[in-house]
Design a protein around this ligand. Structure first.
Ligand code: ATP
Ligand code: MG
Length: 376
């Protein structure tokens, strides 16, 4: 996939931007706080309808402005397309519209239209941070090329909320056993599908990330990513051997087992929303034993594996966004990454110092200064 144009109205510090893109590797350079990350964020936002760094969409609207729009024109295997997201304030009510080729679409139709993989300083948290971030990494990765999975996640969250509501209600009004059985069945069915897909995809990611990590470390270190399944007594590493039906039964039994505990807590303590990824380097837990450099290389290997995975599923490379990555790597690793992307995948890179990125086969430089961009 390749982006050909980016247009922004009142997005972060861009008032009105129209930028033509015809390079494969696009380098955005400039001083701090000029709008380099903002431009990458606008691409991510156009692709997913959300930001990679804030959960509050209001932050994206230029200060003291009411309306905002972000648009990218891109091509994929099937032709040229235009994605536009409009956020308008109408009678003090926010209205958001996503348009694909001028037709309004829903979020679930939007997701995966433009495949993007972003690597930013925040992504170190995939290794270091809370389990929710690792689940999000895996979920986004699968959902990008699998609409059905996106639907499963939406459904799972809905039935989980319903079950939790019933549990909370039980404290005052007694437990409605019949209704609980309905939600247990629903949850077990969706959870079985989610975990089967997760394990399947993680098997592929583990293999690709392991190979990339070996390359980054000159064959010296081995990265392994496992799925950590939460049971009622502990967390176990699990493999994808179970059938869908046996997963369904497994969840059903576990949910019944912990029924009283869940009522006491007012929430559901088991399921895909509680699982984690267990990442090791040379058999040591990367989260607690890895050096800063190992953790960074691990996170990068996972992201580059995501890129290869999307390529395998979608039939073409996604667009790669690298925010502030180059300055944190030594020159040898920088060279390896540039060799890897050069001529292969459309990439948007931000750096403070233009000289960190040497001339490649087909790169373009853009100087970013106070919300405006000049090529050269
Ligand atoms: P660095 O090199 O430090 O990473 P950067 O060029 O990536 O810098 P960005 O994060 O893209 O910087 O942009 C930061 C600038 O955008 C800041 O000046 C900030 O005040 C401004 N900014 C952020 N959000 C908004 C907004 N909603 N309205 C106006 N300006 C904003
Ligand atoms: Mg930045």
């Amino acid at each position: 996939m390749k982006i050909q144009q980016i247009s922004l109205i009142n997005f972060r510090n861009y008032q009105n931007l129209n930028l033509r893109i015809d390079g494969l590797v696009n380098v955005f350079y400039g001083n701090n706080a000029q709008g380099k990350t903002n431009i990458l964020e606008s691409i991510f936002y156009s692709a997913f309808g959300m930001s990679h760094r804030t959960g509050n969409e209001d932050d994206l609207v230029k200060m003291s402005c009411r309306d905002m729009a972000a648009e990218v024109v891109f091509n994929n295997l099937y032709g040229d397309h235009k994605l536009r997201i409009k956020r308008q304030n109408i009678c003090e009510k926010m209205r958001k519209e996503i348009l694909l080729d001028n037709n309004v679409i829903r979020s679930k139709e939007h997701y995966g239209t433009l495949n993007v993989v972003m690597f930013s300083p925040e992504d170190l948290q995939i290794v270091k941070g809370e389990p929710a971030l690792r689940r999000r990494f895996l979920d986004m990765e699968i959902a990008q090329t699998n609409r059905y999975y996106y639907g499963l996640l939406v459904k799972y969250n809905r039935v989980l909320q319903q079950r939790n509501k019933l549990l909370k209600n039980a404290r005052e009004n007694g437990l409605d056993h019949e209704q609980l059985e309905v939600w247990n069945n629903e949850i077990a069915g969706v959870a079985a599908e989610i975990i089967s897909l997760r394990l399947n995809v993680l098997g592929k990611i583990n293999q690709i990330a392991g190979e990339i990590y070996k390359e980054i470390t000159n064959q010296r270190e081995e990265l392994v990513v496992n799925y950590e399944l939460k049971t009622n007594s502990s967390a176990i590493i699990c493999s994808p051997e179970n059938s869908l039906e046996s997963w369904r039964e497994w969840y059903l039994e576990r949910l019944k087992e912990r029924q009283m505990l869940d009522v006491l807590r007012g929430s559901t303590g088991i399921g895909p929303h509680r699982d984690d990824l267990f990442i090791t380097v040379n058999e040591n837990n990367l989260r607690s034993f890895g050096s800063q450099g190992q953790q960074r290389s691990g996170a990068l290997a996972l992201k580059l594996a995501e890129m290869e995975y999307v390529k395998g599923e979608a039939g073409e490379y996604p667009v790669l966004l690298l925010d502030d990555v180059m300055s944190e790597l030594d020159s040898e690793r920088r060279r390896q990454i540039l060799n890897f992307i050069d001529g292969r995948v459309q990439t948007f890179i931000t750096v403070n110092d233009k000289n960190l990125i040497p001339e490649l086969a087909c790169n373009r430089y853009f100087c970013v200064s106070n919300g405006s961009i000049c090529e050269g």
